[in-house]
Design a protein around this ligand. Sequence first.
Ligand code: G3P
Length: 494
Amino acid sequence: MPAEFFDPISDHKTPPTYFFFDGTSWKGSESGKTVPVVSPIDGSPVGNLPVVTTNEIDQVMASATAAQPAWEATALNKRVSVIHLAADWIRQYQEYLTNLMVREIGKSAEEAKSEIVRTADLIDYFADEAEALRGETIDSDNFPGYEKGKIAIVERVAHGVVLAIAPFNYPVNLSASKIAPALLMGNSVVVKPPTMGGISGLHLVRIFEKAGVPPGVITAVTGTGDVIGDYLVRHPKISMVAFTGSSDTGLAIAGKSPMKPLLFECGGNNPVVVMPDADIALASREIIKGAFAYSGQRCTGIKYVLTTPAIREQLLSQIVKLMPEMVKAGDPRSPDTKMVGPVISEQAAVHVEEVIQESVKNGATVVMGGKREKAMIEPTILTGVIPTMPVIAKETFGPVVSFVDVQSFDEAVTIINQSSYGLQASVFTKDEGTGIVFGSKLHVGSVQINGSPQRGPDHFPFLGVKHSGVGVQGVRYSLEAMSRIRPIVLNKPQ
Ligand code: G3P
């Protein structure tokens, strides 16, 4: 039992009230207000999070700003050691963190464990890659009209204070994917965990603190976005915002953070195109995995399939056969549950149900699922969907996949490119050349050929275009995004 390790972060009542971290101490808010975190599995209380005040945010920002220069001045190899130790602690507390996450956000035990293990590996990889980053020097005489009189010494330096806002679906991994590169590049980090998933997020912050991140360099503030969000993102001491979440929230934050570097990954609404020569069995398995893993609550989840009516029928007959073996909906604490447990809250499930019903009213057909019980949505397949129907006009964060019939694959390109989203798309074809040519026509961040959309492996570049994001993540890309170059130009008398 990791009592001592995580002891200071809550009051240990039942349910516990957790504290925010001002950079030195874990404490309750002077507001006296808290927000409850409720398990999506059974509605039981997991704990409460403090709603911090603007005054507390100011104090946190002041500490983060004051602590940053000394942290940036610390030898990189020392910062790297701290970050590796955080990865070790995550492994040490893997089981505890897994159980917490299952209860807090309703991931299956397998999915939660994989998030924890992946996070430790990611942090280690970040630390190794940070040591490999190099600056450069540039001579002046490469440019027409210049002699050898100047040399630019180009170093990477920190932005300052990074605000890291993580979503509920990967509360540990998508916090660490911001915290680790920000710290390695010499920034201080103010972490704003999600509300659901916030307890797991605070545990992660505690791990970085215990690993040796100095006072003020990492802090964590909690409270609902509608209460503290505006004040945080507009705060003048924030130098950069790193955010993962919905496109609507991303757009709102971007509008409030002018002239600041942004690293955003937002909604996906990812399409799959299945060509006539595709391996139908492979495409069917990937569609099931892509649509239903973590109950469809992944930015990289598959949301719709574009293909001809003939291929759609072949896919559906395979998918219906494969579903019982691949998907077992149920309580995520049970080792039998595969992929589909509850969505994050009953309110979220009601929304998904409404969107399904509205699309059916507009002409879509439910081939499978479609029903809700509390926070559980049955794995759902719809056909006859058109792009203006609510189920795909906006990203539906639930276990729902829609089939959209096209008469030609040019029509599929038009539909994908007209979408306001652009995270990933998948193309299934046995002819890889055709896949590459087709993929290069799509206005999305990345194209997968013969595989479902996904972020990993985590050192691959990961980005969204249009309303799906700004900036590029992936290990080296995140380190670059979390720093800026500083050229110093030496003018040499000739
Ligand atoms: O934000 C990315 C997340 O929603 C999906 O990540 O690893 O499931 O593809 P992953």
